[in-house]
Design a binder for this molecule. Structure first.
Ligand code: MGD
Ligand code: MGD
Ligand code: SF4
Ligand code: MO
Length: 701
């Protein structure tokens, strides 16, 4: 009976794989230090697709328009010739790399090294740009460090008030729910902020059904009450916070009528929530993609952090912030160099000392280390402009997960070489010139950093499946094909981790004191952990010292900005997109899991009965949803749990059911994260619409 970890969300529940005669069965691990034997249906069945018939077990190469099985030797030979030709003709930057947050720390680290050392390209970024980047930027700007949770999860039950903004924990991190329920049992008040009633809002004492895209304005209302009714922790602010005076002045001048108009919420409700939070001895704020995947996601989060810090809720048991991380290794994946502007240990690629440190570890002159590239979605611009000619996609499915996918597909079609490393023939892999079969959670040993900053070790439970290779082996073989042997001779993931430790030493995300042995003995170790004698920092800022050079946290006034995507007569409704409990991200794994697909076989558009009536559509019927970029037909699901001005669609399906045909490619100016949660649409009966004049063209630019 071997222990593994779920490949899906950031909680990383552990369980045991039991081998029966002809199959494997998973059973929960009661000794799990975080979830104590809890799991959800996704984890329970996670091994099914990866051991199933659709798992890729041979490289596939496009020949005469078709993907055909080839040997690894042929595959790597094609790869070598293609990269060499493109780089000779167009320069090193003409090959880009697109990574993923399901990769282990070792694989994420090696992918960054592969891009910068073996390919020598500046263009590397990853799907976490779509996921956590606004929260990460906000935390870096405010605290000087980005660790999703400032406190361990075990602190949550000690909070007296928990504000849950744009986070649907019940469906997205179900095994975190016991922490919220325990807090409630201990007397905490739970407050949710979401345009929809969800299984999460159901357990809350108060729910603010906010108009999408208006969190910054709502928080200004909360702050105004906090300031005017005397809930500011002045002593803390004066000693430890820079910029608080400007925030105080700003919110004093906010006009309530404006706040009510923008948020769609009555002043009294906002004031009550502010008083509850202000009066609580300990308060916690959790934000997730509802707040962050917005045109102003970074500033939204900064305003929630203004609220947290003006009330002094940090560095204490039960008081802190959590950006509820999404992907299994969403946290670690953004610390070790998959981001365009970043080097391992959360170092900056444009900082001379940081560059030198990493160049020394990698054994190259600092001058050979490429400069900063561009963010994930902007890589598609670079392809369309002809700067990137070949792209290597490692563990991501951007033709389903990107905004405005018609444009992304057009970009990928223009490439002279699309290489996809995946477990399945995903929608992106179907477009590839070369597909390489990588390793799943069952086969690849490596570390994963969970949402609370705990570095865990997921050990392989079975050997590589025939025909497949470990993800890190694939990176090494690609490097060797390009004539780069030095620095790519690791024989197992532990050796990669040992180099990662040294690379991260002295960085903000310092892992140098963590070893496989310690992780095994201590059930995970929290970062930062700068030496083997350091227990690891479970709760940050206990000493009231933030990570900026002056030791202070930084606050800034936040003004509401009108979303650039306008609602008008043609596009009168807000479309927001997100998740349902049975499926994971683009559904590549969960749509191949019969037990999950049976429960949720197709996407739907959730809307209020009054909205359905107004636009002449009925519950259960297929309707056409159209935005300025495309159109999709889906079944209506009427419910009074959503605002009348908003519709919701889950994004777990591809092709003609892909809601990202509609979404807006608008990026947050600082984090470059797309605004998946705000798109103007209209709804009409599908039949009526098809009789109309030419529908909005499925534009590709
Ligand atoms: N079942 C399942 N679990 C998952 C995943 C999955 O695909 N399926 N994915 C994982 C990943 S990678 C991630 S990033 C997380 C995501 O976890 P969450 O962020 O919790 O999930 P979402 O459904 O994207 O969005 C959360 C909520 O934001 C609300 N919202 C929309 N607009 C606004 C707004 O303007 N303001 C506010 N306050 N709220 C708004 C939506 O109604 C929704 O209920 O989940 C992880 N867990
Ligand atoms: N409309 C809308 N779009 C969204 C969002 C939204 O809320 N609304 N959310 C965004 C968010 S938060 C995220 S995180 C992104 C995610 O977007 P994607 O990166 O596209 O996510 P996945 O569906 O997880 O794709 C991962 C791919 O990698 C493969 N894979 C999984 N594990 C491994 C591995 O260990 N090795 C290898 N080689 N392959 C592996 C899987 O089979 C799958 O094909 O989507 C974003 N897109
Ligand atoms: S999806 Fe998340 S909550 Fe469910 S078993 Fe996996 S790690 Fe646990
Ligand atoms: Mo995510």
């Amino acid at each position: 009976m071997k222990q593994t970890q779920c490949p899906y969300c950031s909680i990383q529940c552990t369980f045991h794989m039991v081998q029966e005669e002809h199959f494997y069965r998973a059973s929960p691990n009661k000794q799990d230090p975080v979830v104590h034997g809890k799991w959800c249906a996704k984890g329970m069945h996670a091994h099914v697709p990866v051991l199933g018939e659709e798992r890729l077990q041979t490289p596939l190469l496009r020949q005469k328009g078709k993907l055909v099985p080839v040997s690894w030797e042929t595959a790597l030979h094609w790869f070598q010739a293609n990269v060499r030709r493109i780089q000779q003709e167009h320069g090193k930057d003409a090959v880009g790399v697109y990574g993923g947050g399901s990769l282990t720390n070792e694989n994420a680290y090696l992918l960054g090294k592969f891009a910068r050392v073996a390919l020598g390209t500046r263009y590397i970024d990853y799907n976490g740009r779509y996921c956590m980047s606004s929260a990460a930027a906000a935390a870096n700007q405010t605290f000087g460090i980005d660790r999703g949770f400032t406190n361990p999860l075990s602190d949550l039950p000690h909070a007296q008030c928990i504000l849950l903004a744009g986070t649907n924990i019940a469906e997205c991190q179900p095994t975190l729910m016991p922490y919220l329920l325990q807090a409630k049992a201990n007397g905490a008040t739970l407050i949710t902020i979401d345009p929809r009633k969800t299984n999460t809002t159901k357990i809350a004492h108060r729910h603010l059904s906010i108009r999408p895209g208006s969190d910054a304005a709502l928080v200004n209302g909360l702050l105004k009450t906090i300031v005017e009714e005397g809930y500011v922790d002045w002593e803390f602010a004066q000693a430890h916070v820079d910029g608080y005076e400007a925030v105080v002045t700003h919110v004093r001048n906010i006009c309530w009528t404006e706040v009510e108009r923008i948020t769609g919420l009555p002043k009294e409700d906002i004031q009550q929530v502010a008083r509850t939070f202000g009066q609580a001895a300990t308060g916690f704020i959790l934000t997730a993609r509802g707040v962050e995947q917005q045109p102003n996601g970074v500033m939204n989060v900064r305003n929630y952090l203004n609220l947290l810090l003006l009330t002094g809720n940090i560095g204490k048991k039960g008081a802190g912030y959590g950006a509820v991380t999404g992907q299994g290794n969403g946290q670690g994946g953004r610390e070790h160099g998959q981001k365009a502007d970043q080097l391992p240990g959360y170092r900056h690629i444009d900082h001379p000392d940081h560059r030198r440190h990493i160049a020394d570890i990698w054994g190259i002159p600092e001058s050979e280390l490429p400069e900063k590239g561009v963010s994930a979605y902007e890589m598609f611009d670079k392809i369309l402009e002809g700067d990137i000619q070949s792209l290597i996609v490692f563990a991501s499915n951007p033709v389903v997960s990107s905004p405005h996918v018609h444009r992304v597909k057009a970009a990928l079609r223009q490439l002279k070489g699309l290489v996809v490393v995946d477990l399945f023939l995903s929608e992106t892999a179907q477009m590839a010139d070369l597909v390489l079969p990588g390793s799943s959670h069952l086969e690849d040993t490596g570390t994963i950093t969970t949402l609370e900053g705990r570095v865990t070790l997921r050990e392989a439970v079975i050997p590589s499946l025939p025909g497949t290779k470990q993800d890190w082996e694939i990176m090494q073989e690609m490097a060797h094909a390009l004539g780069k042997e030095k620095g790519f001779r690791f024989v197992n993931s532990e050796e990669i981790f040992e180099e990662l430790r040294r690379a991260s030493q002295g960085g903000v995300a310092d892992y140098s004191g963590i070893s496989y042995q310690r992780i095994r003995q201590e059930q995970g170790v929290f970062w930062p952990c700068p030496s083997e004698n350091d227990p690891g920092r479970k709760r940050l800022f206990e000493d009231r010292c933030f990570y900026h050079t002056d030791g202070k946290a930084r606050l800034v006034p936040v003004a509401h900005t009108q979303p650039q995507e306008q609602l008008d007569r043609q596009y009168p409704l807000v479309l927001t997109t997100g998740r349902i409990t049975q499926h994971y991200l683009t559904g590549v794994q969960t749509r191949r899991t019969p037990a999950l697909l049976q429960k949720a076989s197709e996407p739907f558009v959730q809307m209020h009965p009054a909205t359905a009536e107004k636009w002449g559509v009925k519950d259960g019927e297929i309707v056409r949803i159209t935005s300025r970029r495309g159109t999709v037909e889906l079944r209506v699901q009427c419910t009074d749990s959503i605002r009348e001005d908003t519709v919701f669609v889950p994004f777990h399906w591809g092709e003609e059911q892909c809601i990202n045909r509609l979404t807006s490619p608008l990026l947050d100016p600082a984090s470059r994260m797309p605004a998946f949660k705000y798109c103007a649409v209209r709804i009409e009966p599908a039949e009526a619409a098809s009789h109309k004049t030419k529908e909005l063209a499925e534009i590709s630019s």
